[in-house]
Ligand binder design. Structure first.
Ligand SMILES: N[C@@H](CCC(=O)N[C@@H](CS)C(=O)NCC(=O)O)C(=O)O
Length: 217
């Protein structure tokens, strides 16, 4: 049965699922629906009216986190979730942290520099960007730098859902022309480069950059 992913590619949560699909070399149909004025039919699949939703035959899964677990269980190879209890708990923690907390800072440059001006035709607010960069994000970057230590990846020193969930937020951040200061956070800056260089992320980033460029005109 073929998979169908619903949701615009520029959403960090849709991107998270697309990276999992790419890591697992799964093909799928993609409906790039934007979550504004969503239909009643869509709300029957996702009562919150958010993206993404995955459809697998008669199975409907809303929300990126259960979608990624579903893909892991149905296509276990390569494994993107640690099997050891503590590592699994840590990976799920980083996923929750990125999805529900870290995003509040990383999305601001994208919202104010791209989403507002390009999609909603409103002027971006650089003061909000400065506040995110100088007030909100430094403590998150300190935390991630500390958690990475000398490791290449966040959990068990193996690429996992923790890196996908965190990495997708850094992609939005970079679309907003923002970077991690490598002098202040050398480990984190190198980590972001490492995540972006993975073939799964790289292809998706290049595709999104091209479509953002064409939308900006
Ligand atoms: N926890 C959800 C978050 C999904 C989410 O917030 N998606 C945004 C797009 S990035 C959305 O659909 N927003 C529309 C809305 O909130 O009505 C997930 O992981 O799928």
């Amino acid at each position: 049965m073929s998979l169908k992913l619903i949701g615009a590619a520029i959403s960090p949560f849709v991107r998270k699922v697309r990276v999992v699909l790419a890591e697992k070399a799964l093909s799928y149909d993609h409906d790039p629906m934007v979550p504004f004025g969503v239909s009643d039919e869509y709300k029957r699949m996702h009562p919150l009216g958010k993206i993404p939703v995955l459809v697998d035959g008669d199975k409907i899964i809303p929300d990126s986190s259960p979608i990624c677990v579903y893909l892991e269980k149905t296509h276990p190879d390569p494994a993107l979730y640690p099997s050891e209890a503590y590592e699994l708990a840590r990976a799920l923690w980083f996923e929750e942290y990125a999805d529900a907390g870290f995003i509040a800072g990383t999305i601001i440059p994208f919202q104010e520099r791209i989403l507002g001006p390009v999609f909603f035709k409103r002027e971006g607010d650089e003061a909000k960007v400065e506040a995110a960069l100088n007030e909100t994000l430094p403590e998150h970057f300190d935390y991630l730098e500390r958690e990475l230590g000398e490791n290449d990846w966040l959990v068990g020193n193996r690429f996992s859902i923790a890196d996908i969930a965190t990495g997708t937020q850094f992609v939005s951040f970079s679309h907003g022309r923002a970077t991690v200061d490598a002098k202040r956070w050398p480990g984190l800056a190198a980590y972001v480069d490492r995540v972006f260089a993975r073939p799964s992320f790289k292809a998706i980033i290049e595709e999104e950059q091209a479509s953002l460029k064409s939308m900006a005109g």
